[in-house]
Design a protein around this ligand. Structure first.
Ligand SMILES: Cc1ncc(C[n+]2csc(CCOP(=O)(O)OP(=O)(O)O)c2C)c(N)n1
Ligand SMILES: [Mg+2]
Length: 345
């Protein structure tokens, strides 16, 4: 008699960390952000295939929980520097759908007035420091921002992100080392998504957990499930408290996976199908949806209504932005180094 072997692997579930201080309303706010993050990127991906995106398109598919959860733990006066896969962090900080769509389609109304096609923009009024494309460079920059906060005795923190590949840069070493020596309120979220372009982490470093590097620099570090939005929030909230108490910097390691290629043009044929499937099952939005329903924070009907609302907002903004003009070529140099009144640089 033959026996049929059943898979014993349990479905991926997320749980609320002990001591989580979020209200039901805040947990639903997180839900809206992660949903918005996913749906904006879905739409941008379609626009890319319609040749409406100018330049590269970088996805955070599978990593949205890390962006949204970590950014949500920050407070007014904190400084945040997202990287290109942190669309969700920008959203939490108040950047609009219109800003993203206009930025990627290089319209005159975009945050960079059509001069840059990706997420390279900041907004000091929102405490946002613009992304720098040279990997690692934001670390010493944000370490400096944190140093200013310390000198001014401000109860705030500076936070930025780095990919696993970016941890191999000199700036990573210099920035983290100096931050630890100076004990500044700096949080570095290392997104261990297992690839740097096509390079697997096994070819990038010999440590299993990036967070072990914290000990080498003499600062606190903690790893967390990067697909659990509540874990991302909670670990950052605690890191923030440590930093404000003068016990910074803190290195956080998000264990996650980059579910698309490096950018939209890269089909990532170098990733085994089996591994992709494994991580699809750990989808952070699906997992949080299950949590929200099981904890009765919302009903299926509530979530369907939210889906519709989000889709309507995105479609409305896309139509409006695409109707708008590209920048005036004569203004191409204007505002490149500093805001100018009317004239050109
Ligand atoms: C100093 C530097 N070297 C190389 C590059 C080119 N580059 C851009 S993204 C990238 C891979 C980054 O991988 P990782 O840091 O793991 O971030 P991820 O793309 O996975 O989010 C490379 C090599 C760069 N921008 N800066
Ligand atoms: Mg990576």
């Amino acid at each position: 008699m033959s026996t049929v072997k059943r898979s014993t692997s349990k479905p991926y579930r997320i749980t609320a960390p002990k001591g989580l201080d979020l209200t039901d309303g805040q947990m639903m706010e997180l839900y809206r952000y992660i949903l918005m993050n996913r749906r904006i990127e879905d739409k941008l991906s379609i626009l890319y295939r319609q040749a409406k995106i100018v330049g590269g398109l970088y996805s955070s598919l599978g990593q949205e929980a890390t962006s949204v959860g970590t950014a949500y733990a920050l407070k007014d006066g904190d400084a945040l520097a997202p990287m290109i896969r942190n669309l969700g962090s920008y959203l939490v900080r108040g950047v609009s759908v219109k800003d993203f769509v206009s930025q990627y389609t290089a319209r005159a109304c975009s945050p960079t007035q059509g001069k840059d096609g990706t997420a390279h923009f900041g907004d000091p009024a929102k405490g946002l420091i613009g992304c720098i494309s040279m990997l690692g460079t934001l670390i010493p920059v944000m370490m400096g921002v944190a140093m200013t906060m310390k000198i001014r005795k401000q109860p705030n923190v500076a936070l930025t992100y780095i990919g696993d590949g970016g941890t191999s840069t000199t700036d990573f070493h210099e920035g983290v080392n100096f931050a630890a020596v100076q004990k500044v309120p700096f949080i570095l979220v290392m997104e261990h998504n297992q690839y740097a372009y096509s390079t697997h982490t096994s070819m990038q470093f010999s440590v299993k957990d990036l967070v072990t590097k914290a000990e080498a620099y003499g600062c606190y570090g903690e790893k967390f499930d990067g697909n659990n939005i509540l874990a991302a929030y909670d670990v950052t909230r605690r890191a923030r408290e440590m930093c404000v108490a003068g016990d910074g910097p803190v290195l956080l390691e998000s264990k996650t996976f980059r579910r698309k290629g490096h950018a939209e043009h890269d089909p990532a044929g170098y990733v085994l199908a089996k591994i992709r499937t494994e991580w699809e099952k750990k989808d952070p939005l699906d997992a949080y949806t299950r949590f929200v329903l099981e904890e009765k924070l919302a009903t299926k009907a509530d979530l369907d209504a939210l889906e519709e609302e989000v889709a309507a907002e995105i479609n409305r903004e896309v139509d409006e932005v695409l109707d708008g003009p590209f920048p005036d070529p004569h203004k191409i140099n204007q505002d490149v180094y500093a805001p100018q009144e009317g004239g050109q640089t």
